[in-house]
Ligand binder design. Structure first.
Ligand code: NAP
Length: 243
């Protein structure tokens, strides 16, 4: 099975680091014209230096108006990966209102903002495909993930409603729900060897994932090979949620 995105334009948010960066690179290898959006210019500069055909866009998705205007000026987009997110881990009894607002703003509200602009264009041009990057944290209780988990639970619900409303316009919307993947974000919360052991003991495959193990399922869901898949929340968790 070969996936070829020649002639397609893909927007990846949060493409500066981690899963987003790897997905942007893998999409380029599949022939897509990739627009890599992120908020740290140095990450975008290094991405552009490594992959000169990639178009890089500096934008802070936390700002609704700035993001909307930036996305509106990108031109036609066929494939969208809503990947950008932030994670602050705190016990539920001391979780802070500012952290609630910032995580909901980037992890949920910004996805709605970007998707509204991009999906409207997809529908006008006859179709498209969107993948939202959710988390295992929306499907299973993880200590100190109270706000992050709530934000990803909201993203799962948003994915299903978008799939319902946009399906008739030939725009498919799906989500992937990874377990711990070795990136800057996860290493901030999972560097403690005891915590790592607790989690790995509950993953039947016995290990954390690599970003490319998320990028490939994203690419499959984006592609026509997944043409009848709409509204799914796909665990990428080595079996964690099966147990
Ligand atoms: P990461 O290494 O922290 O990378 C996230 C990227 O998103 C960074 O380039 C970051 O830019 C960008 N970003 C964050 N806020 C942004 C904003 N307001 N505007 C524009 N860009 C922004 O994270 P990751 O581990 O690759 O995670 C990617 C996705 O997978 C997220 O949705 C995350 O919730 C999800 N996920 C991750 C794991 C995991 O274990 N890693 C597990 C499950 C789900 P800056 O660096 O400049 O902030």
């Amino acid at each position: 099975m070969e996936i070829n995105f020649q002639g397609k334009t893909a927007l990846v948010t949060g493409a500066g680091k981690g899963i987003g960066r790897t997905t942007a690179i893998e999409l380029t290898k599949c022939g897509a014209q990739v627009i890599a959006l992120s908020r740290t210019q140095a990450d975008l500069d290094s991405l552009k230096a490594e992959h000169p055909t990639m178009r890089v866009v500096h934008c802070d998705l936390a700002n609704w108006d700035e993001a909307r205007s930036t996305i509106s000026n990108l031109g036609a987009i066929d494939l969208l990966v809503n990947n950008a997110a932030i994670a602050v881990c705190e016990p539920c009894l001391i979780a802070k209102p500012d952290d609630f607002d910032s995580m909901m703003n980037v992890n949920v509200k910004a996805v709605l903002n970007v998707s509204q602009v991009v999906a409207a264009g997809m529908a006008e041009r006859g179709g498209g495909s969107i993948v939202n990057i959710s988390s295992q944290a929306s499907m299973a209780a993880l200590a100190e993930h109270v706000i992050y988990a709530a934000s990803k639970g909201a993203l799962d619900s948003m994915t299903k409603v978008m799939a319902l409303e946009l399906g008739p316009k030939n725009v498919r919307v799906n989500a992937v729900n990874p377990t711990v993947i070795t990136t800057a974000m996860s290493m901030a919360g999972w560097s403690d060897p005891q915590k790592q052991k607790w989690m790995k003991d509950r993953i039947p495959l016995g290990r954390f994932g690599d970003p490319v193990e998320v990028a490939y399922p994203i690419i499959f869901l984006l592609s026509d090979k997944a043409s009848m898949i709409n509204g799914v929340l796909l665990p990428i968790d080595g079996g964690f949620t099966a147990c």
